[in-house]
Design a protein around this ligand. Structure first.
Ligand SMILES: *Cc1c(COP(=O)(O)O)cnc(C)c1O
Length: 459
């Protein structure tokens, strides 16, 4: 088998880097449900979306038929600074686990933002610049997206305003300094600088914030300031499109050695890294050319796939954003502040939601103490300090590899290692001190936020 000669790291050449993004929706028979105007309940048109998003990104958002969309040279050139990213054979982890499984991970933490988010940030900044805009606004949770966007904006000389979830702003002051070094302004959310922020603060004094709140604030500032648009780091179709570089590179690297994965695993917050990683594999599955087990891993404290409802919901807490049909815990759901590991969004990409609903992928949820145990185990043998988000995927990759140990099956497992955990050391400290606990929402808590889902006529 060629697999015996697989190097620790499979690197591609610059020329083997994708020249076009792959738009998974083109191969879906059941397309993801359209975004709705919360006022009229009708699908949003490009005209209605253009005050919020850049024109070219609106086009990508609404395009469900073009399978490949060329990556502009300016973006490809930026990608070359940190891509192609390595696909690593986790020989040391396999040995440590004593598993016959073959484990590979696609490492996206090899840039200053420390995550895959730069893949979409640079694309979104490019289209904003091309449209002649002054700047963009956004939200950030753990801070990777804000950092990635700050880097992308400084590259294209755009202003960047970041609303950072308050709990992260306080827990991760150094993230803020990286963003400021790249020229961004960073405001803890909810803030008194927006109408929606004031309203949320009045209703929930002392709230530690949520991604949903921060999105509302960022959208308000973008739509009230001429020359600004809002950009989002996950959930949207356009973000999954840009993140397809992860999966396309992974597929090229595996094909080079004649390797076919059995199981593909990714952590799922809003679904962008997972959507990107699985894109070309899911495409084959949808076209009936190949079959793979695909597993989304989410935190037990924010379990949108495994305990959410498939329905139209707001993407934000302030209920000013378009409605998306997705697996959701309700836009008023705020995960426990005890939860340290990112992946805090209440909903899930509508593309992945549709695929999950149609049975093309599985989902599972894991508790954070077991996630950090996996992170520690991985760090000690593979030499990378993983992001807590990524460690959700590590947890399930290890669990699947241990199942292979019991059955003797030599399955090939691929997972997305989306980033590094250098800014998550407060959480690691808690874990190391034995003070980390698990907070899982009760059925009543989830039912309470689901009860507030908007009423939408079936379309
Ligand atoms: C943001 C982030 C995630 C989760 O976001 P998705 O859109 O679900 O991919 C996962 N890992 C890292 C390191 C992140 O920064």
């Amino acid at each position: 088998m060629a697999e015996n000669n697989v190097p620790y790291k499979i690197y591609l050449t610059e020329d083997e880097m994708p020249k076009a993004w792959y738009n998974l929706r083109a191969d879906m028979k059941n397309k993801p449900a359209p975004l709705l105007n919360p006022g009229t309940g009708k699908p949003l048109t490009a005209e209605e979306l253009s005050p919020i998003f850049c024109d070219e990104l609106v086009k990508q958002e609404l395009d469900e038929t073009t399978p490949f969309i060329d990556i502009p040279d300016e973006i490809r050139n930026f990608y070359k600074m940190y891509r192609p990213s390595p696909l690593v054979r986790a020989y040391c982890l396999e040995q440590k686990l004593g598993t016959p499984a073959k484990i590979y991970y696609k490492f996206e933490g090899n840039n200053t933002s420390g995550s895959h988010k730069l893949n979409s940030a640079i694309a979104q900044a490019y289209y904003a610049k091309k449209q002649g805009l002054k700047g963009v606004t956004t939200e950030t949770g753990a801070g990777q997206w804000g950092t990635a966007l700050s880097m992308a904006c400084s590259y294209f000389d755009l202003d960047c305003k970041v609303f950072m979830v308050k709990v992260s702003y306080e827990q991760k002051p150094f993230r803020r300094e990286v963003m400021r070094t790249y020229g961004a302004s960073v405001v803890p959310s909810p803030s008194e600088t927006t109408e929606v922020g004031k309203k949320i603060l009045a209703e929930h004094p002392g709230t530690t914030g949520s991604l949903g709140c921060a999105i509302s604030e960022a959208v308000e500032v973008a739509t009230r300031n001429p020359g600004y648009r809002y950009v989002l780091g996950s959930v949207l179709n356009q973000v999954l499109l840009h993140q397809s570089v992860i999966g396309l590179e992974t597929k090229t690297a595996l094909d080079k050695y004649g390797i076919k994965p059995d199981i593909i695993i990714g952590c799922a917050g809003g679904g962008s890294n997972l959507g990107g990683l699985i894109a070309p594999f899911m495409g084959e599955k949808l076209r009936g050319e190949a079959d793979y087990r695909i597993i989304a891993v989410e935190p037990a404290s924010c379990p949108s796939f495994t305990r959410g409802t498939y329905a139209y919901d707001f993407c934000d807490t302030g209920m000013i954003c378009p409605l998306a049909k997705m697996y959701t815990l309700g836009s008023s759901f705020i995960p426990s502040a005890n939860h340290a590991g990112g992946l805090r969004f209440h909903g899930m990409s509508s593309t992945l939601s549709q695929l999950y609903h149609d049975g093309y992928m599985e989902a599972t949820s894991v508790e954070q103490t077991s996630v950090f145990a996996a992170a520690e185990q991985f760090a000690r043998v593979e030499g990378i300090l993983p992001a807590p988000e990524s460690s959700h995927a590590i947890r399930v990759a290890i669990d699947e590899a241990l199942k292979c140990k019991e059955t003797g099956e030599e399955k090939t497992i691929v997972f997305g290692l989306t980033g590094t955990g250098y800014f998550d050391l407060v959480a690691y400290q808690k874990y190391n001190d034995g003070e980390m606990t698990d907070t899982i929402p009760t059925d009543e808590e989830i039912a309470a936020s689901i009860a507030k889902l908007p009423k939408v006529p079936e379309i």
